[in-house]
Structure formats: C-alpha cells, structure tokens
Design a protein around this ligand. Structure first.
Ligand SMILES: [Ca+2]
Ligand SMILES: [Ca+2]
Length: 468
C-alpha cells in the first residue's frame, strides 16, 4: 500500500500537463530545485525553438509547445530528457487575427495527457495529435472578435476538451469529446465580451465536476457534464487575464484592467437617457460626435463591439459597466449555487494588483507580482497584507506567472530578470539571474527540473546532483 502511494505521488509529480501545471496551481513538489537559474547557471539543456508565448506541457517523456514561423502556426514536441525535436506540424489553417502587440499567434498553451496533446490557435481552432505527431482530429473555429486577440488555453476534464471563447460578439464556452473532437455541448455567453483567463476545474460537494471561468464582470461556473451554469459571482473587472487557483474549497483570483482603479469610477447615464439627450440624428445609436467629451471611452473601437463606428445599447451598457467595475483580487468559497456574489466572496483586495500574472498560493501564502517588480504577499484566510517589496534588479513588467516548489518561488520578468525567493509571507531573495531575452511564458516544473521559454529557446534547468 505504502509503495503504491509513493509510486502514485511520484507519478503525479512527474507531469505538468497544462498552463501552470496541476490544475493551474503553479506548484510541483517532491524534488530539489535549483537555487539559481540564468542563461549560464544550472542549464541542463537548451533547445532553439520557434517564436511563441505559450507555456510548455510536460508528460513523462515529451514536452509540447506551440509557436509560429513565417505566418505558419506550429505544434512541436521535444524529447523531455534531451530537448531534441521529435516532431513539428503546421496547423491546418493560418488565419492572421488582429491582436494586441503583446499577444501572440501562439499564446494559448497546449494541454496534454499521457498519449495525446491538444492545442488551440486563434488563427485556426482546436487540433489534437498523438504523442508521435499524428493528427487525431481537428475543429476549425473562428474567426474571432476579440479586441486583443485570443489568449485562453484549453483544459481537459472528464473526457472533454473545454475551450472558453469569450470575445466581443458571440462569446461562448464549448466542450468537445477528447477522443473524437465532436461537440458535447456549447453554451452561448451573450453577456460576455473579451477576456483571456484559462479556466480551472474542481469536483464539488455534490459530485459534479465544475469548470470555473473568469470573464468580463463575472466569474461563472458550469457543470462539465452538461454545460449548465451552476453559480456566478459578479463584480469582476471588465477584462481578465489571470488563471484562477484553488486551495481547499476556496478559489483565488486576480482581475485587473486599465481604468479599473477605485478612483477611476464614473457613473454614466443609461442608454435611453443618452439617446434622449445626445442622439442628434435620431438613428438610435451614438456617434463619436454625439457623445460629450467627458463621457468618451478612451478607445472607441474597443467599446464598439460590432465595429460599425457607433455605440448601440449593448456597447453602451458594456462601457457603463466598465466604468463602474473595480480591479481586485478576491477569494471565493466554492460549492455555491446561483448568484453567490453576496454569500461566497470571502474577501477582496484592491491595492497592489498584478495585470497578467496569476496569484500563487504556496504553503499558505498568496504571492502577487505587479509590474515594476513589486511583490505583495497576503494571508489567504483574510486577504490581509503581509509584506510588500520590490524585487532587486527587476523593475520590469511581468507576464509569466509565479511558480513554486521545494520551498522556492520563481519569478521572471519580461526582460528575463529571474528572482528566486525563499517562500514565506516575509519572503526573501535567494538569488537573481538574467535570461538575457524576453520571457512571457510561465515556466513549468517537474521532478526537480524547471523549464523556461524565452523568445528563442526552451531551457531545462536542474540542480547539480547532490546539491541542497
Ligand atoms: Ca446617433
Ligand atoms: Ca456598434
């Protein structure tokens, strides 16, 4: 029995099959990890790879990634031990979609299981390959209407591949059969606009598997078996990017968007009032000239969801909500039903918030990394601040999410500044290092190795044998 338990723990610890690893936690325990990593330090191997911002998915013997080259969208597999390229395959389509300059044609991360991998490209849709690179099925999707381009990654649950496609028009959530690619269910989300957060799953106390999805203004949770909405929490900011994390029966999430700080709130008249006062040509929509300057959205095109140059009722309502929603990190008690905004939000925190990186919940401390290299730790039970400080030599933007294991927290900035911390609420710096290249992808950890994707390479780091 003991041997079996040990074996299962070892096997579980040996994979990191999606963005941020085991159910998006960002944590892998069970082996010593390097005290220091940089382009020179503790490099086990390094492989040149195509451009892309997706994170690696790691199985027992493979590393999967997506990338792009000369307008082609590529999935590729490396041998885990050596970094040797095993195969690379171009996606069946290569539509070039509008996206934010920080986004990328290959930003969604692959999700893998022992023998197969699943990838999503904004410029094509979903594709599944075997571990040997044979296509199993394909599901063309899009074109998408996401103002900044798509960013969420697919997740696996109960034999389904679940893909959130929140966009400015016709947002939806879809579950396809993992073995066939056939649609199991599809749920329209007309109240949603674009967002970028990768979902998380859990089994609730009633025995249902839920997929929890941060979206514009709302966190929603669906039954994986049927696609039925189970609960929601209102009050999120308008444009979310972070991956939620679950510890025990509490979910932690960070939502930040420009203009969402508490002192930037503004109460705007509703659409009928706007039409009454400002619709000069009486066409039932608002043009740039008709909206008074003080009420203008900063980016007109982002509010004009159907891109006809005019704001209609939905556009205006979305803008009103944007000006009243507030950025925050929050803790939500799971297992709710219905609208649990009032009953299940345990706390919110609004001071020092990350933009893109997810919260790390590690050894009963929350870590929040903000642009400028500002690291805040919080008490997960109360949301109370523990320590706020700047990481040395890392006054930079952060896109990769923090990851942890072996009592160490790894943080890497956009310009490749690495900080390794001794994990604790009163965190301290163990080491710093430089990758000398841009880093957007969240690192992966398994069996004492940590993999870091830079602009041109994948690095495999490991502690020297016998090191402590
Ligand atoms: Ca008008
Ligand atoms: Ca419009």
């Amino acid at each position: 029995m003991l041997v079996f338990l040990l074996l299962s723990i070892t096997l579980q610890g040996s994979e990191w099959t999606r963005l941020r690893g085991p159910n998006g936690s960002g944590i892998a325990e069970g082996a010593a990890l390097p005290n220091e990593i940089s382009a020179q330090k503790n490099v086990h191997w390094k492989s040149a790879i195509p451009m892309g911002k997706s994170s690696p998915a790691i199985t027992a013997d493979r590393i999967y990634l997506t990338g792009h080259e000369n307008g082609k969208l590529i999935t590729f597999a490396l041998e885990r031990k050596t970094g040797r390229l095993l195969w690379r395959i171009e996606a069946p389509g290569h539509r070039d979609e509008k996206r934010n300059k920080l986004n990328d044609p290959a930003s969604p991360s692959p999700v893998a299981e022992a023998n197969n991998v699943y990838v999503f490209f904004s410029g094509y849709g979903l594709v599944s390959y075997t571990k040997d690179g044979k296509e199993r099925w394909r599901v063309p999707m899009g074109p998408f209407t996401n103002f900044h381009g798509m960013g969420a990654s697919p997740v696996l649950a109960d034999g389904k591949v679940i893909m959130i496609c929140d966009q400015d028009q016709d947002a939806y959530l879809i579950a396809v059969n993992q073995d066939t690619g056939k649609t199991e269910w599809k749920v329209e989300r007309p109240e949603m606009v674009h967002s970028f957060s990768t979902p998380i799953t859990y089994r609730n106390k009633r025995g249902q598997t839920e997929v929890v999805i941060p979206g514009s203004y709302q966190m929603t949770s669906y039954d994986v078996a049927t696609g039925k909405l189970i609960w929601k929490v209102q009050g999120l900011t308008y444009q979310v990017k972070s991956v939620p994390v679950i510890a025990g029966d509490v979910l932690y999430f960070n939502g930040w968007a420009p203009g969402g700080e508490p002192d930037q709130r503004m109460d705007l008249p509703d659409f009928p009032a706007m039409l009454k006062n400002y619709d000069q040509n009486k066409d039932g929509e608002l043009s740039k000239d008709e909206v008074p300057k003080a009420m203008h959205p900063g980016t007109w095109d982002m509010q004009d969801l159907n891109k006809n140059g005019l704001l209609d009722g939905k556009d205006w309502q979305y803008y009103r909500m944007r000006r009243t929603s507030t950025n925050s990190s929050m803790a939500i008690r799971l297992n709710g039903e219905g609208d649990v905004t009032k009953s299940h939000v345990l706390w919110t925190y609004q001071k020092s918030l990350p933009d893109v990186p997810a919260i790390l919940h590690y050894r009963n401390v929350l870590y929040l990394i903000r642009n400028g290299g500002i690291l805040q730790t919080l008490d997960p039970s109360t949301g109370a601040a523990i320590k706020l400080g700047r990481l040395p030599h890392a006054l930079d933007e952060y896109y990769a999410s923090p990851v942890a294991g072996d009592g160490k927290v790894y943080l890497i900035s956009r310009n490749g500044n690495v900080s390794v911390l001794d994990a604790s609420g009163e965190w301290s710096i163990r080491s710093t290092g430089e990758m000398n290249e841009e880093v957007f992808a969240t690192p992966a950890i398994a069996d004492g190795h940590i993999w870091v994707r830079t602009a041109t390479a994948l690095y495999d780091f490991a502690a020297p044998a016998g090191a402590k």
